[in-house]
Design a binder for this molecule. Sequence first.
Ligand SMILES: Nc1ncnc2c1ncn2[C@@H]1O[C@H](COP(=O)(O)OP(=O)(O)OP(=O)(O)O)[C@@H](O)[C@H]1O
Ligand SMILES: [Mg+2]
Length: 334
Amino acid sequence: MSALIEVNDLSVDYITFDGRVRAVNEVSFAIEEGEILGLAGESGCGKSTIAFALMRLHRPPALISGGEILFEGKNILDFDDEALRQFRWKDTAMVFQSAMSCLNPVKTIEYQFYDIFKAHDQVKNRKESIEKARELLKIVDIPAERLFDYPHQFSGGMRQRVVIAMALALKPKLLIMDEPTTALDVVVQREILQKVYELKKEFGFSVLFITHDLSLMVEFCDRIGIMYSGQLVEVADSTAILEQPQHPYSFGLGNSFPTLKGELKEMIGIPGTPLDLSNVPPGCRFAERCFRVTEQCRQLEPQLINNSHRGWVACHHVLPVDVAQPYNSLEVDA
Ligand SMILES: Nc1ncnc2c1ncn2[C@@H]1O[C@H](COP(=O)(O)OP(=O)(O)OP(=O)(O)O)[C@@H](O)[C@H]1O
Ligand SMILES: [Mg+2]
């Protein structure tokens, strides 16, 4: 496998009346061809900011203040308007949380497919567009005759599938899904993700998947990146993140979620609250909430390093492989 997209030291700031807030700080990761990478972390840690930056869909007050985003080796931050137009939809497509907000309520689904195909010179005429759109609807299990309906005539789950069909219309190489199913019930969520998974296997695209549902993420992703306060703190295989987390925050996150399979376990929340990004102290950003904190953590910021076969981690006191032991026995003697 080779990297489809490589993000190097990406930083994104929001320019607010109170000053500059760095929402994403020097984040680096790659998504391989055909890989599903998940991004997890508490609300406000910067997941959506990254998703938007990857498509250069960020708008003021957001500003990319550093780093590069290489798509097939080319830095998309250098793209002009025409290159960007090609890149969006054709190379990369995005599915947002609210399907309704990406669909035009006053146009039929058919017309909206036509808009996409026409804008990218993919069809010679309306008839060809209708044919292609029918096929796409079938792929996401929506009867082709619904093509001439308006968005409000679909259920929430169907609308989300329509949006996925549209996202796949130009056969993108990367599909970004930012909480694509959060507004739907769990059964429909799973059905939709199962569909995306099947399509991914058929068409071979890569996926960046963001959700608050860690169990869904583990089931669906090859690898997961854990974010904390604008930084990536761990990137590893998805089962390893839950079963053998390296970072105390990943450990805490795993313990605060119910598991679908396996033994019942007590759920433990992570004490404390995320950092105020306008006032970031030196050292590790998780230090004040961490049960393994030492003086070193308060002074020296840990870098994201490749920890042999266990994946990437940014922590001075990486957890041992077997963390199935009492919480307090994992404390570090300072
Ligand atoms: N338009 C904006 N202006 C100022 N700050 C913003 C803006 N949008 C986001 N932020 C800040 O950037 C940080 C990251 O936000 P982001 O939306 O990327 O988080 P997230 O991880 O996607 O959260 P959630 O899980 O709630 O969707 C937050 O601290 C947020 O307050
Ligand atoms: Mg978000």
